[in-house]
Design a protein around this ligand. Structure first.
Ligand SMILES: NC(=O)c1ccc[n+]([C@@H]2O[C@H](COP(=O)([O-])OP(=O)(O)OC[C@H]3O[C@@H](n4cnc5c(N)ncnc54)[C@H](O)[C@@H]3O)[C@@H](O)[C@H]2O)c1
Length: 434
């Protein structure tokens, strides 16, 4: 099977590498020349555990290639995957489909022989039909089918998610296209991972429904955490008690500073728009978006309280800037709301993040980036744990408390207990929902 993967970001690169590991011949195409030249030199432009080894292995085996030539590689392909970005459109919160449609136009001109054009990007209902229309209009003789194959991988665990998925969702209206996709996913099919075939619209909506549901679960527990703080309950215990119920499950029940990242914020926003456009307001999702914004603001107030009611003149050490550990992705991270609010109110902020500085430097002006939590805490008035990287889970708390001007901790991921932090010499400890 010859595959062209158009767009070599988090999803395109991981998918392309994994498809090549399945034994297919894959070319990853991108219109960013820097990215392609790095990849050709064996460099992975993003941080994703395990990706580099798998990529180099498949390049060596001659199954994986990188190119900026969409035309030739689409012409040679049996299946073309579109994996470009669908960010939030400025102004109205909808998914920006400019990149998807631009690729559809290029693909239309390049198709040769029977080809299945598969959308892997997260796209609103109706987008696949529009991609089909564009290709048909520009190249009426093209022999092709359309399929939707939304991706569910998580950054930080992307390879494992791709190789051992809970399910693969495929929307395809023709049997011929279904067969091609089955062949693409043959190794997973043989190992009996569920491959769920459906129509295009259902596949498109399954992705948004899944992300909105997970965002709702996180937001629910964050709101419950707020109530815990008022009534003297402990959200960790509440979540444990809830999560053991098999109907609820224990995943996505960790209270924190609000969800962020490359998917949940933009996908909840796009789903809200889809609902409005079809006169079926997504009221739950709209509320989730609102409560999530409030959650992030609540964190700012929590830190301000910890600093004695004012950020002015305070030095704050922030541990973690990426939206979650094991990724360098800074898109819509809570840090992008919380840190500017502290700086805007007069704080000096130092940030330590194992992978976030590369992207974060441009996104967080006025921040001092540091290598170690211990140097960042020297003479600081508070330490704020924003992202639960492993290296922040076992800090020498006594050493930290000693070097700080005011040993105060805001643990916004609930990784420590009040007792251990206070016993180590901290004066104040706040967390979320406890
Ligand atoms: N990041 C995730 O964890 C994740 C998970 C599931 C689904 N998704 C979805 O997958 C899609 C891609 O997300 P991502 O995070 O990989 O995006 P990304 O921004 O990391 O990568 C997109 C890539 O597409 C390239 N590109 C844009 N236009 C192009 C063109 N005309 N020709 C060739 N290349 C082009 C860009 O240069 C970039 O490298 C989005 O719709 C997203 O919602 C993302």
């Amino acid at each position: 099977m010859k595959i062209a993967m158009i767009g070599t970001g988090y999803v395109g690169l991981v998918s392309g590498v994994c498809f090549s590991d399945f034994g297919h011949n894959v070319v990853c195409v991108d219109n960013n020349p820097d990215k392609i030249s790095k990849l050709k030199n064996g460099e992975v432009p993003i941080f994703e555990p395990g990706l580099e080894d798998l990529m180099l292995r498949n390049v060596k085996a001659g199954r994986l290639h990188f190119s900026d030539d969409l035309k030739t590689n689409v012409a040679n392909a049996d299946a073309v995957f579109i994996a470009v970005g669908t960010p939030t459109r400025r102004g109205d919160g909808h998914a920006d489909l400019t990149y998807v449609y631009a690729v559809a136009e290029e693909v239309a001109k390049a198709i040769s022989g029977y080809t299945v054009v598969v959308t892997k990007s997260t796209v609103p209902v109706g987008t696949n039909r529009e991609v089909e229309r564009i290709i048909r209009q520009l190249n009426p003789d093209a022999d092709f089918d359309i399929a939707s194959n939304p991706e569910f991988l998580r950054e930080g665990a992307a390879i494992d998610d791709f190789m051992r998925p809970d399910r693969v969702v495929v929307g395809a209206n023709s049997e011929k296209a279904q067969k091609v996709i089955r062949d693409v996913y043959r190794p997973l099919f043989l190992r009996e991972y569920p491959i769920v075939m459906m129509d295009l619209e259902s596949a498109e909506l399954t992705k948004y429904a899944s992300n909105a549901f997970l965002a709702t679960k996180i937001t629910f527990i964050n709101e419950m955490a707020s109530l815990c703080e008022r009534v003297g309950a402990d959200i960790k215990l509440v979540a444990k008690g809830m999560g053991l119920d098999g109907r609820i499950g224990n995943k996505f029940l960790h209270a924190g500073p609000g969800f962020g990242g490359s998917c949940f914020p933009k996908d909840t926003s796009a789903l809200a728009r889809i609902g409005q456009e079809h006169s079926v307001p997504m009221q739950i999702t709209e509320t989730v978006i609102k409560v999530n914004e409030e959650t992030k603001r609540r964190m700012v107030l929590k830190i301000e309280d910890l600093c004695g009611g004012s950020f002015n003149g305070k030095t704050i050490a922030v541990l973690g800037a990426t939206f979650k550990p094991d990724t360098d992705d800074m898109r819509d991270a809570p840090s992008l709301t919380i840190i500017p609010a502290m700086i805007g109110n007069g704080a000096s902020v130092r940030v330590v993040d194992p992978q976030g500085a590369h992207e974060g430097k441009a996104l967080l002006p006025g921040v001092e980036w540091m290598e170690s939590a211990y140097t960042a805490c020297e003479n600081a008035d508070a330490i704020v744990i924003l992202t639960e990287w492993n290296e922040f889970r076992a800090l020498d708390l006594e050493r930290l408390a000693k070097v700080m001007a005011k040993p105060n901790m805001a643990d916004l991921r609930n990784i420590y207990s009040a007792k251990e932090v206070l016993d180590a010499g901290f004066e104040n400890y706040v967390s979320v929902g406890r």
